[in-house]
Ligand binder design. Structure first.
Ligand code: SAH
Ligand code: SF4
Ligand code: F3S
Length: 438
């Protein structure tokens, strides 16, 4: 139900269940087990779970299925208390640090017919070698670090995912080499703050073995760039404050690293950024963008923005619009500020009324959409390298794929192209996708 890290955990849960003899179904009526991997980054992510649990009550009573809930929401005590009280029919609760124990928890639940609660509040070790059943055979996600140390004042993630810790270079390189062998074309490196990969280890002198020259995020990009078979490398999310010159240079030098970089802005106003604990100013962000544009040919940028953070004035919000106007992002993920229990933001007194938050959201959205329309025009008549991902969902006669800048392209072509890179001429734009021709 959450971010790409959460989806990657779900692939591991599916891998474990498959090894235990289970198959996947999206139809709850056919299921023996219903498993939720939850997210709590915003209130609407939480609401999704409660809606679904309500629907499941009847099926549980009729068929006695097992219901298990894991993920970030389970690290919040007020949530597990609510589940135990209002949804007592749930069989297994497990957290983000005990994912690897899910088979044991399930076994106990089946064997002893007793409820299981397996949640701990420590910075769980990184467990290597879990089975994994990936969603795609073309694109794969590889988690490179767990946790976050940044404590942005609006954000719950550091509380539910624990402190930052990186996987060993060898484990990552070996996983990517294996994926290349299996025919994967695109790798996305995942972490809450990928460009601080191995930083904590170096600061605290926690030993890690250098492998193939990897001792930082920049050297990791360079090492993966050398792996034969892999065509594209992406990563999310980097933090602007950690975007060091060696990382910028590695992106420029590595031909497989996509030139669409996600650079979360959150707010364009220096005072709000300070309150958010983001550790950069409006000017520093804009200077970083300038520097990156100068060093990385064909750079495009995407971003995350929160509107209506406590205390945000009309003038301060206009700074966000100003940065969006200046940078011209390829894609903007927009969020309305959501109060998260336990974060400093929730305790701030000057919360913004819902109506104003929504108005600001709509104003930002209108600006972003007008920019996307304009930006799409740039593609018409150009030739783009497209990684072909499969049949188009809405029209099985057409194929779909993505450009380096992550734009969806729809086009006609033989099925044999699926999983290959094709040069396509862009003939028209349709807001959220482009049409291409060979
Ligand atoms: N570690 C990543 C992503 C964290 S969560 C990063 O720093 O970029 C993804 C996005 O959700 C954040 O970038 C932020 O824009 C948004 N988000 C996080 N907490 C939020 C909250 N309380 N309300 C609204 N949006 C939030
Ligand atoms: Fe949350 Fe900030 Fe960490 Fe991202 S960097 S996960 S927004 S605390
Ligand atoms: Fe959500 Fe947890 Fe990811 S809170 S955004 S699933 S790290």
């Amino acid at each position: 139900m959450g971010c790409q890290l959460n989806e990657n955990d779900s692939e591991k849960l599916c891998g474990m269940l498959e090894k235990m003899g289970y198959d996947k179904t999206e139809d709850t009526k056919q299921a023996d087990i219903v498993l939720f991997n939850t997210c709590c980054v915003r209130e609407n992510a939480e609401d999704k779970l409660f809606g679904k649990l309500g629907e499941l009550k009847k099926i549980k009573e009729e068929k006695g299925i097992i219901i298990a809930i894991g993920g970030c929401m389970m690290q919040e005590k007020h949530i597990t208390d609510k589940i135990k009280e209002s949804y007592p029919f749930v069989d297994i609760l497990f957290g983000t640090h005990t994912l690897h124990r899910f088979p044991e928890d399930l076994y106990q639940a089946l064997q002893e017919k007793r409820k299981q609660e397996d949640i701990i509040d420590i910075d769980g070790e990184i467990h290597e070698g879990l089975p994994i059943k990936r969603e795609s055979s073309i694109k794969a996600s590889v988690t490179i670090m767990n946790g976050c140390n940044n404590f942005c004042s609006y954000c719950i993630v550091p509380y539910v995912r624990g402190r930052e810790r990186s996987r060993k270079p060898r484990a990552i390189i070996e996983e990517v080499k294996e994926l290349a062998k299996q025919g994967y074309q695109e790798i996305t490196l995942l972490g809450q703050n990928v460009n601080s990969y191995l930083r904590v280890e170096k600061e605290k002198q926690i030993p890690f073995e250098e492998y193939e020259g990897v001792n930082s995020f920049a050297t990791l990009l360079r090492a993966i760039n050398k792996i034969e078979g892999i065509q594209r490398i992406r990563f999310v999310s980097p933090h602007p404050k950690d975007f060091t010159d060696d990382v910028i240079q590695a992106i420029a030098d590595c031909e497989k690293v996509c030139k669409l970089i996600h650079l979360p802005l959150q707010s364009g106003n220096t005072k709000v950024l300070k309150e958010m604990n983001r550790k950069y100013t409006k000017e520093q962000y804009l200077n970083l963008v300038e520097k990156m544009k100068n060093k990385i040919p064909n750079l495009t940028l995407s971003t995350d923005i929160i509107v209506g953070f406590p205390g945000e004035t009309e003038e301060e919000f206009k700074d966000t619009l100003d940065v969006v106007e200046k940078v011209k992002f390829e894609q903007v993920y927009m969020f309305i500020y959501s109060r998260r229990i336990g974060t400093p933001g929730d305790k701030m007194e000057n919360q913004i009324p819902e109506e104003i938050k929504h108005q600001r959201f709509n104003r930002l959205k209108a600006l972003v959409e007008s920019q996307i329309e304009e930006n799409n025009q740039k593609y018409i008549g150009t030739t783009q390298k497209v990684l072909v991902e499969g049949e188009s969902k809405n029209n099985s006669k057409m194929l779909t794929g993505r450009t380096d800048s992550n734009k969806v392209v729809i086009f006609e072509g033989p099925k044999e192209w699926i999983g290959t890179m094709q040069d396509l001429k862009i003939v028209s734009e349709h807001m959220w996708y482009l049409k291409g021709e060979k």
